[in-house]
Design a protein around this ligand. Structure first.
Ligand code: KIV
Ligand code: NA
Length: 266
């Protein structure tokens, strides 16, 4: 299978083909979704919430992102792999940002990186793109800004917020990003942004008019019951299957049924 590139992803917008993106954090999930034909895999810092059990993404480290990226890349042969730059890996200064983006590519094997923000990070995006690491932007509800936003809330509902988000989108494009995530934005505004930029928009809680969609794999499989935002659609109930398998195993151990002869060495 041919590995998708950022150019392939951009071509999908011009040809009107929707871009399907999911998050993955390890080898088995990456392998299954790659075989199923996913276009892009995001090694999201959402790993902190859905795998490490933190309340938000802020504690996630560079070392954790590199570790998860390596596992995902080993399970991938067709999808483009994009890794999130974690909190504090790009905000402090440009040199850090470039070094950390480079580490995600060199040590993790990512094909591109993603970072959160609009006009405020445009110079940072440009600095990373200038060393030939493709960057995906991420505007709207940016989870690393949880304390400023006062929780995970939809952004751009008020007129002046909407104008600010459109300016953010244009700044991200102007800085050289190859695509951008639109998160937690009203459907009409996401439509307006998508029509205003020539690079693909990937929506999450941003309605049908984006060029592609992304969701967290644990959310769509019902693996993370902590919270469930309105924009998550559950495509399977894997929690139920895991619980049943574990209960069956416990019972068979307790009752002396497992291991039978079939699972023992003679
Ligand atoms: O961390 C993440 O999973 C994300 C997306 C869902 C866009 O940033
Ligand atoms: Na993220």
């Amino acid at each position: 299978k041919k590995q998708k590139t950022v150019l392939d992803i951009q071509k999908m917008k011009t040809e009107g083909e929707k871009i399907a993106v999911l998050t993955a954090y390890d080898y088995p999930f990456a392998r299954l979704m790659d075989l199923a034909g996913i276009d892009m895999i995001l090694v999201g810092d959402s790993v902190g919430s859905v795998v490490s059990g933190y309340d938000n993404t802020l504690p996630v480290s560079m070392e954790e992102m590199i570790y998860h990226t390596r596992a995902v890349v080993r399970g991938t042969s067709g999808a483009l792999v994009v890794t999130d730059m974690p909190f504090l890996s790009y905000q402090v200064d440009r040199r850090d940002a470039r070094m950390n983006a480079g580490r995600l590519v060199k040590e993790g094997g990512a094909h591109a990186v993603k970072l959160e923000g609009g006009t405020n990070v445009a110079d940072t995006i440009r600095a990373i793109v200038d060393m030939d690491v493709p960057v995906m932007g991420h505007i709207g509800l940016t989870p690393q800004s949880v304390h400023r936003m006062g929780g995970f809330r939809v952004q751009g509902k008020k007129e002046e917020q909407a104008d600010k988000l459109l300016a953010d989108a244009l700044a991200v494009q102007q800085a050289g990003a190859f695509a951008m995530v639109l998160e937690g934005i009203p459907k009409p505004l996401a439509k307006r942004i998508t029509e205003s930029v020539s690079i693909p928009t990937i929506g999450i809680g941003a309605g049908i008019h984006c060029d592609g969609q992304v969701l967290v794999i644990h959310d769509i499989l019902g693996l993370c019951e902590k919270y469930s935002p309105k924009f998550v659609k559950k495509y399977a109930d894997v929690s139920g299957i895991i619980s049943q398998g574990v209960r069956d195993y416990i019972r068979e151990v307790k009752e002396g049924i497992f291991p039978d002869d079939e699972h023992s060495f003679k």
